[in-house]
Design a protein around this ligand. Structure first.
Ligand SMILES: Nc1nc2c(c(=O)[nH]1)N[C@H]1C(S)=C(S)[C@@H](COP(=O)(O)O)O[C@H]1N2
Ligand SMILES: [Mo]
Length: 333
C-alpha cells in the first residue's frame, strides 16, 4: 500500500516486490562471482552481501491445537517461506522483504495484551496466558491484501469473541479498537518517517462489535503449527479474513471496547483510498488499481504471476454479508 502524494508516491507495481526479492537473490549469486572483480574491498563486499542475504530466522515454538473440520481447506497453502518473507509490517520497513530482515530480534516474550474500556472486568494477558488460556485451533484462511495479492495461510489461535467474552463487554460497547506496540527502539519504521511509510504510530485498527464477535474473526498466535514469526505479527495479531489485509493488525498490545468508532491507520492516512469497513469487494476499484483480480503469492512463475478472480467478502459472504445489509456495496467504505 502507499500513501498519497505528500510523502512519496509508490507506483502500483509496489505490489510485486516478491519478484524483486527473487531478482535480488539472483544478484547475490551473481555478486558471489562478480564483486571481487568490481574491485571492492572485502569489507564492503561482505556488508553488501549481508544486506542481500536473508537473516537468521527467530526460533519458533511448537503449539498444540485442534483442527476443526469447518476450517480445513482444500486450497493450496501458500508455502511457509512465502508467508514469512513477503510481508507488510511497516514498523520494520515498507519493502516486502524488510520485515523478515529487520524483525528477527524483535522481543515478543515477555508480552502484555490488555483488554479494557467498556467491559465488566479488564484483562491483562501475558505471553503464557496468550498461548494457554483459550484452547488453540487451526484455521486455514485466505488473506487478501488491498494491493491485489493474496495468500492461503494455516493460522493457529482462537476466536476474538472468546477473548472479549472473558472481559464481559457492557451494553455501551459498540466498537473494538486495536493498537500495535509502540517501541521505536525495536521498530525502526517508528523512528524514521521515510522507513515507516509516513504512518503516525502506533498502528491502530477497529471493528464494530458485531464484526468483532463474528465467529470468523480470529486472534492468531501462530501459523504452520508454530508460534508466529515476528514479521507476521508475533506474538499476537488479528485476522479478519473477509477484509483487506490492513485490518489484520499485528503485534497487538491493546484491545479497547468503545462507544464510538475508533480512528484507523490507513483510513486516517488516505480516507479516499481506505475505508473503515474495508471489506474485500471486486466491484469497487482502489483509486489507483483494480480490485477485480488478485495474484496468489507463490503460484505461477516469476513473470507469469497467476491471477484469479477476487470474490466479494473474499469468499466469506455467507458468514458475514448479513452484517452489511444496509450498506450499498457498489461504494467503498
Ligand atoms: N502493525 C501493523 N499491522 C499490519 C500492517 C502493518 O504495517 N503494521 N500491515 C497490514 C497489511 S497491509 C497486511 S496485507 C497484513 C500482512 O500480513 P502478513 O505479513 O502476515 O501476510 O498485515 C497488516 N497488519
Ligand atoms: Mo495489505
Amino acid at each position: 500500500m502507499s500513501i498519497d502524494p505528500k510523502i512519496w508516491r509508490l507506483k502500483d507495481n509496489q505490489v510485486t516486490p516478491e519478484s524483486v526479492f527473487k531478482a535480488r537473490r539472483q544478484i547475490v549469486k551473481a555478486m558471489g562471482l562478480g564483486v571481487g572483480a568490481m574491485g571492492l574491498s572485502s569489507q564492503v563486499q561482505a556488508s553488501l552481501l549481508d544486506w542481500f542475504k536473508a537473516p537468521e530466522p527467530q526460533a519458533l515454538a511448537d503449539l498444540s491445537f485442534s483442527q476443526p473440520q469447518a476450517y480445513v481447506s482444500d486450497e493450496i497453502l501458500t508455502p511457509f517461506d512465502k508467508v514469512s518473507q513477503h510481508n507488510n509490517f511497516y514498523e520494520f520497513g515498507t519493502d516486502k522483504a524488510d520485515p523478515a530482515r529487520n524483525a528477527q530480534s524483535f522481543q515478543t516474550n515477555p508480552w502484555q495484551l490488555k483488554v479494557e474500556g467498556e467491559v465488566g472486568s479488564s484483562l491483562t494477558l501475558d505471553y503464557d496466558d496468550l498461548m494457554q488460556s483459550i484452547p488453540l485451533e487451526e484455521r486455514v484462511y485466505r488473506l487478501r491484501c488491498v494491493e491485489a495479492w493474496s495468500m492461503v495461510i494455516p493460522w493457529v489461535g482462537f476466536p476474538l469473541a472468546a477473548l472479549l467474552k472473558k472481559a464481559d463487554p457492557t451494553g455501551s460497547a459498540k466498537y473494538v479498537a486495536f493498537e500495535t506496540l509502540y517501541d521505536p527502539n525495536q521498530m525502526p519504521g517508528q523512528k524514521s518517517r521515510l522507513m515507516g511509510g509516513g504512518i503516525d504510530y502506533p498502528y491502530v485498527e477497529g471493528l464494530t462489535i458485531e464484526e468483532a464477535m463474528n465467529p470468523l474473526t480470529f486472534i492468531a498466535v501462530g501459523l504452520y503449527g508454530k508460534t508466529l514469526p515476528p514479521q507476521n505479527g508475533a506474538p499476537v495479531r488479528l485476522v479478519v479474513p473477509w477484509k483487506y489485509g490492513f485490518k489484520s493488525i499485528k503485534s497487538v498490545v491493546n484491545i479497547r471496547l468503545t462507544e464510538r468508532r475508533p480512528p484507523t491507520t490507513w483510513n486516517q492516512l488516505a480516507p479516499h483510498e481506505y475505508g473503515f469497513y474495508a471489506n474485500v469487494n471486486p466491484e469497487v476499484d482502489h483509486p489507483r488499481w483494480s480490485q477485480a483480480t488478485e495474484r496468489r503469492i507463490g503460484e505461477g512463475g516469476l513473470l507469469s504471476a497467476k491471477r484469479i478472480a477476487t470474490l466479494p467478502f473474499n469468499g466469506y459472504g455467507e458468514q458475514v454479508a448479513h452484517l452489511y445489509a444496509g450498506l450499498d456495496l457498489r461504494r467503498n467504505y
